[in-house]
Design a binder for this molecule. Structure first.
Ligand code: NAD
Length: 377
């Protein structure tokens, strides 16, 4: 039976991305499935309705998409107030924020709605093409540098002019994961002097391969699954003591440190910010998780002791066209696993599908979501 894939206009305030771009919609149509899209869904991302394939069905009202879709795709998905309007046995695919407002999953399960969380896709080699955490973090890392460059009172590159020589800006990036490495590469392309730091030893080579220097603070903290673990109090102290010396020479600090399932590690204290040069800029990508820097406030750009401290929210949405293209390809690659010669088939033997399903067969099934629900499921 032909499946109808629904595409809604994002309802989260300020969100500019769209979950399916025209290129991906064409791929879905080529499978033989239909696409039902809320009018204007791609406008903010730079994809007006006229850029979508002619076979795309347009719905004037949001309710028509909610009620008409077998599979509903979104950037942010599963709005609590809309669960009652979904079709029976509907499938939801999107970033569903699995650890907040979890009653949504209980309610969706009761209606036998199947929810797939793009954030919970296992981070295996096979799943890399579906990894929205990576694709969107790389957008954020890039934009963090542009933000820092436009707020900084300095040039990033070295300039030799008739008015004298300008020294390149000194940029330190803390956290060499996907966002951090992209930030280093972007700052390097702008001509800055770039240094990177991480607690995972394998990042030394990755940082150096970008032409950046690696800052060795004498702390290593490898956790499970290739991620970092939280530092002990002694390690934190050693990290901060050694970092202090370096901060005085930094013009721009970009922090991207994260430990899965925990608030952002607090690496830069208010005292350390005081020691930075006046006019320095901090962009804290950990802002939404509580901040890597003590003075950071999510969504706020302010000056603290002469240092500009920026705590951006949802940076990926500020590069909406390419962020949407990347997100949309991630979604398409997941949808492809559900396509068997035009039939919509869910193969639960597939570790990617079973790994990112939050609800299934009328219950909450994802172990981590179940655990945080504490028996409510
Ligand atoms: P993340 O966003 O969880 O963390 C960002 C970085 O912060 C990490 O590099 C981490 O080591 C670092 N960090 C944590 N605590 C720190 C501290 N106290 N001080 C300094 N740095 C600290 O990470 P991410 O970018 O999502 O991914 C990290 C790693 O996961 C990758 O480099 C890779 O090895 C792995 N990964 C695998 C896949 C895949 O195979 N599909 C996809 C993405 C990432």
């Amino acid at each position: 039976m032909t499946k109808t894939i629904g595409l809604l206009k994002e309802s989260v305030k300020g969100e500019q991305r769209v979950a399916l771009v025209p290129e991906t919609v064409q791929k879905i149509l080529d499978v033989g499935w239909q696409v039902l899209m809320e009018q204007g869904a791609g406008d903010a991302a730079g994809f007006p309705d006229s850029t979508y394939p002619g076979m795309t069905q347009l719905a004037k009202k949001r309710e028509d998409v909610l009620q008409g879709a077998d599979v509903l795709v979104g950037v942010h998905a599963l709005v609590a107030e809309e669960i009652a309007q979904l079709r029976d046995h509907a499938v939801i695919i999107g970033m569903v924020s699995p650890y907040i407002k979890q009653q949504r999953f209980v309610d969706a399960a009761k209606r036998d709605v199947l929810v797939f969380s793009m954030e919970l896709i296992p981070r295996t080699t096979r799943a890399q093409a579906m990894d929205v955490l990576s694709s969107q973090a790389s957008v954020a890392g890039y934009k963090a540098v542009l933000l820092a460059a436009s707020e900084s009172p300095r040039f990033f590159p070295m300039l030799t002019t008739a008015a004298g020589t300008i020294r390149p800006a000194s940029v330190l990036v803390i956290g060499a994961g996907v966002a951090g490495l992209q930030a280093m590469a972007t700052a390097k392309r702008l001509g800055a002097n770039v240094t990177g730091y991480d607690v995972r030893p394998e990042t030394v080579e990755q940082v150096k391969s970008l032409g950046a220097k690696f800052l060795d603070l004498g702390v290593e903290a490898v956790g499970e699954g290739g991620y970092a673990r939280a530092l002990t109090d002694e390690e934190k102290q050693l990290q901060q003591d050694n970092l202090k010396k370096h901060l005085a020479s930094v013009d721009v600090l970009i922090t991207t440190a994260a430990v899965p399932g925990r608030p952002a590690p607090r690496i830069i204290t208010a005292e350390m910010v005081k020691q930075m040069k006046p006019g320095s800029v901090i962009v804290d990508l950990g802002a939404e998780g509580g901040g890597n820097c003590e003075p950071t406030e999510a969504g706020v750009n302010k000056v603290v002791d002469g240092v500009r401290v920026i705590g951006p929210e949802n940076l990926a949405s500020t590069v909406p066209l390419h962020a949407s293209e990347m997100y949309s390809r991630n979604v398409w690659n997941l949808l492809s696993l559900m396509n068997q010669d035009g039939e919509f088939v869910l193969n639960w033997e597939d570790d990617i599908l079973s790994g990112c399903a939050v609800t299934r067969d009328g219950v909450v099934v994802h172990p981590a979501v179940k655990e945080s629900l504490g028996g409510q499921s």
